[in-house]
Write a new protein. Structure first.
Length: 305
């Protein structure tokens, strides 16, 4: 009897697991269908259009992956990749630390905390369109406040948007000003979940402010920081509105990031096929970035265990 009991229990356990798995898929199916309709189908359609020559929205001839090789051999595409990399890298370099500092400040019991919090988060509440229009006025060479202040303190600048470095610097600054609030919100939520007892225990052991931040605060902030970095990286890689409004991709395509390149190809020049090819390559870039961040998160979680 005892030798048969395991064999008798396996079918019921297997059937129960199978039933639970089917039930889980049943509950997940509406969300999966929604994601497929919103994300997967447009990606598949972009891949499909990228293999055809097009006249406006009409497919004319099948060319396979020719438009991918043409894009990769185009010097303008390489410049787009360099501009996107520079824009994303420098935006992260400044937005993540600035958002972290803002979150730490807002987590302190300060006077007029609500007003101060609103002031710091106000740029994030604005749309990228409004941000682009605001910063285009701020750096306007004729009547903008920024050139005026640079003149007052004696810094030669010229038209900031007429030089490659100046235009990229203005674009990154506007993007950091607009986006650091997102990092602040994520980290502020994480800071408010850290038990106060951990800081008290660290202080009893003789830890100073830096040691408390290094050994208590940072471990709790790592995962929210990685989530913020993932979201910000994807937002910056796919940026369209802010570069379009603020610089238009100029001067000499110096700030024409990949998202703006796709917009111009598709909706200004009506080159749907080449635009679809570049957009699908952007999708691959996004996937690689996301997988890299996720692997880093898993490795960190494994090391912590």
């Amino acid at each position: 009897m005892s030798s048969q009991s395991p064999a008798l229990t396996r079918p019921s356990e297997s059937a129960q697991d199978r039933s639970e798995r089917h039930l889980a898929w049943l509950f997940l199916s509406p969300a999966l269908l929604l994601v497929a309709g919103i994300s997967a189908l447009p990606v598949a359609q972009a891949l499909f259009y990228s293999t055809f020559r097009t006249a406006y929205l009409e497919r004319t001839s099948f060319v396979g992956f020719l438009q991918y090789t043409e894009a990769l051999s185009d010097p303008r595409f390489l410049q787009n990749v360099v501009s996107t990399t520079a824009f994303t890298f420098w935006s992260l370099v400044f937005a993540i630390p600035l958002g972290t500092v803002a979150a730490i400040v807002l987590n302190q019991p300060i006077r007029f905390g609500v007003a101060f919090r609103t002031m710091l988060l106000l740029p994030w509440m604005m749309s990228q369109l409004v941000t682009g229009l605001l910063w285009s006025w701020l750096v306007n060479a004729l009547d903008g406040p920024v050139p005026y202040l640079l003149d007052v303190i004696g810094i030669a600048h010229g038209d900031l948007l007429s030089s490659r470095i100046g235009a990229m610097a203005v674009l990154v600054t506007a993007n950091v000003w607009h986006s650091y609030g997102f990092v602040t919100v994520l980290l502020l939520g994480a800071l408010q979940t850290i038990p106060r007892e951990l800081y008290e225990a660290a202080e009893c052991d003789g830890a100073g402010a830096w040691q408390c931040f290094r050994w208590v605060t940072l471990p709790f902030l790592f995962q929210p920081l990685m989530v913020a970095a993932i979201m910000q990286t994807l937002n910056d890689v796919n940026a369209v509105v802010l570069p379009l409004v603020l610089t238009g991709g100029g001067p000499f395509n110096a700030t024409e990031v990949l998202g703006l390149r796709v917009y111009k190809e598709a909706f200004e020049q009506w080159h749907i096929g080449p635009a679809a090819a570049v957009s699908f390559m952007m999708f691959i870039i996004n996937m690689v970035i996301s997988i890299g961040y996720i692997r880093l998160l898993k490795r960190r979680a494994g090391d912590s265990q």
